[in-house]
Design a protein. Sequence first.
Length: 206
Amino acid sequence: MTASPRPGRLGGKVAFVTGAARGQGRSHCVRLAAEGADVVAFDLCAPVERRAYIPAATEDNLAETARAVAEAGGRAVTIRGDVRAADDLARARDAGLAAFGRVDVVCANAGTGSAGKLTHELDEADWAVTLGVNLTGVWLTVKTFLPHLAERGGGSIVLIGSALLFTIASSWIPGPHGGRYALDHRFRLYPASADWSSPIVLRPAQ
């Protein structure tokens, strides 16, 4: 696809968003489009194991995200896949590059809750799903796109977490805040603003 850059802070840019089919993920996609970006929207669109209490996103949800992006003035490519699967993320990256020729913003938004249980109530299989989506999935998303961003000379990586990260509740309720906390401490991701509201800056861990 070729098109003239649209007005906005992200005019001419392309954003990749995980967990894009609904809710916060869709909101990110629409806001990015409103700021001038085109969007690669990625979502599992299927149930997550051991999370029966969370209604699954659907392909129709993901298609609605694409329609909302178009209404905001952007173009969208939709890809189904699992953030825990490196091949799925690579396929999504390649589809985005084929469609738009570049990716400038990576938003790791996909996350899952704690199976509706407190930490001491989880079994190992519940815990594995939480780590798989909220930590490994975030790491794989960043890993998949970092070489492209480095080759282009830079870009923005946005890791979405939970406010529980900053409360005592994070000691008791495993959830989507954990992936960002772990990556912050392993890779030393520095905020561009004091309240973490701006894209992060990646620096090598010492």
